[in-house]
Design a protein around this ligand. Sequence first.
Ligand code: 8OZ
Length: 359
Amino acid sequence: MTTLFDPIQVGDLQLANRIVMAPLTRNRALPGNIPGPLTVEYYRQRATAGLIVAEASPISPTAQGYLDTPGIWSDAQVQAWQQVTQAVHAEGGKIVLQLWHVGRISHTSLLPDGEQPVSSTNQTAKASTFTRDGFVPVSAPRALRDDEIPGLINDYRRAARNAIAAGFDGVEIHAANTYLIEQFLRDSVNDRTGPYGGSIENRTRLLLEVVDAVVGEIGAGRTGIRLSPMTTFTAPLDSNPQALYGHVVEKLAPIGLAYLHVIEGETGGTRTPEGKAFDYEALHKAFKGTWMVNNGYKKELATSVLASGQADLIAFGRLFISNPDLVRRLREGAEFNALQADKLYGGGAAGYTDYPTLA
Ligand code: 8OZ
């Protein structure tokens, strides 16, 4: 029976165990959206994970929507990320970068020349974001023109190339949590006509073009993707999530991606939203490849899900923030450090690199 501590080949990557550090936004980048020395230390401390999915990183200046997130568009960012990947590799770890475009979840004060955010729609989200002035409502977006999509795809392509140049073992395409790609996928947000709106097939087009570009640039064996069919974070659910995400997975299955990463239930919240059943196992069966699951896993559930073959990898978020040696603690059945929830976003070493390991 498979356990958390068994190695696994994931696409081109050989992982030491099934325990993944989930992508986690921490808002500690330096000016220029550059990961600094504290970020190097933070990931180095967590390198015993089978795989680290480094935090969501904007693919271009237009792709960012929160203060002080580390980017992957500039040479200076690539050089800074090299320090992170070298530190993780020196400890024997593996690390991929999550490629992010926030779409309409942004604010003009964060964007070049005070531009409007871009999305599938010009409808404003009922959501806030974090800026220099604290939490503020997101700005009104502008619907991308169809003729702007090739430029957007190119930004993903460049970001994937940069991630490899920065020493990452691969990338995870962020198609979850109601950011840009999901703003195209869901009919609750996407009100376009033309090739990128309307039918499920059309709404899935952007995602598949992104995947195609990234895979063309770095190979399917180094490319993963994250989905969140039942997350409402900044947008309502699709009118038919099972059909939408069923189609997405059917299209992704033949590509030979390294893995598919699915958030079960409401991101960071309940795994079983009331009255909203979703058949994740149907997606898993259709995908056939390596299956990563996330959302509130503890040792017991993670162990049983791996043993029954319902998943191949378990991504832990909050537990990995407060326990740099999470792998050892899981193995030994040790206690976990408490999470300092007020230090998740922004700040310095406190609540970031100062969580203790076991003696
Ligand atoms: C928390 C705060 C800001 C961003 C996500 C990238 O939900 C995020 C995020 C999470 O995927």
